[in-house]
Design a protein around this ligand. Structure first.
Ligand code: ADP
Length: 186
């Protein structure tokens, strides 16, 4: 049973590390960003609500996000563990997650640490549709004000593991697995 939360700003390499981790632990990779992009592409009610917010780099409401995560976590494949990517991003989301899981807890909140100038370069190189310079800047700001404070919250709970995100994908993956296993055995 492995319940993981992946933190880290846009461009920190979360997507790549999540794919490797999901394989390693045989757990579903649950990305709120991917779920929202699917909803936008399919033109669902949720997608219509989220589209403009995402394009501006703003955050979709906690209520909506908690609703889609709750629904996803009740599915059969998530009963033996999961990897949450891009969630929680706010204090309310973190509190909501804890409440959803109680009496269980997450095993590890993983922070992949990469400096701002490096993430900006990576983001410019990947050029996703919603990666306008303004939206990228806004996401970094929101990371600092809304998401970075969660590091302290998870640290107090003894869940936080920080890993240096510089290096090749496999170097970072090795560090991530070592760090998770070390923290879990504490
Ligand atoms: P990133 O570009 O940081 O990798 P994601 O792919 O996780 O971002 O998410 C893309 C966009 O979807 C975000 O900028 C935001 O508008 C919305 N979003 C995703 N996850 C959340 C969340 N947990 N809370 C609020 N909004 C979210």
């Amino acid at each position: 049973m492995t319940r993981l939360v992946i933190l880290g700003k846009q461009g920190a390499g979360k997507g790549t590390q999540c794919a490797l981790l999901a394989k390693h632990y045989h757990i579903p990779h649950i990305s709120t960003g991917d779920m929202l992009r699917t909803a936008v592409a399919e033109g669902t009610h949720l997608g219509l609500q989220a589209k403009a917010i995402m394009e501006a780099g703003e955050l979709v409401s906690d209520e909506i996000i908690l609703g889609i995560v709750h629904e996803r976590l009740t599915q059969a494949d998530a009963q033996l563990g999961f990897l949450l990517d891009g969630f929680p991003r706010t204090d309310a989301q973190a509190q909501g997650l804890m409440a959803m899981l109680a009496p269980n807890k997450i095993d590890v909140a993983l922070d992949i640490d990469v400096p701002d100038d490096v993430v900006t370069k990576r983001m410019l190189a990947r050029g996703r549709d919603d990666d306008t310079p303004e939206a990228m800047q806004r996401r970094l700001e929101l990371y600092q004000t809304e998401t970075a404070p969660l590091l302290e919250l998870f640290s107090k709970g003894g869940f936080l593991v920080s890993v240096d995100g510089l290096g090749t994908e496999l170097e970072v993956h090795g560090r991530v697995i070592d760090a998770i296993e070390r923290n879990r055995s504490l």
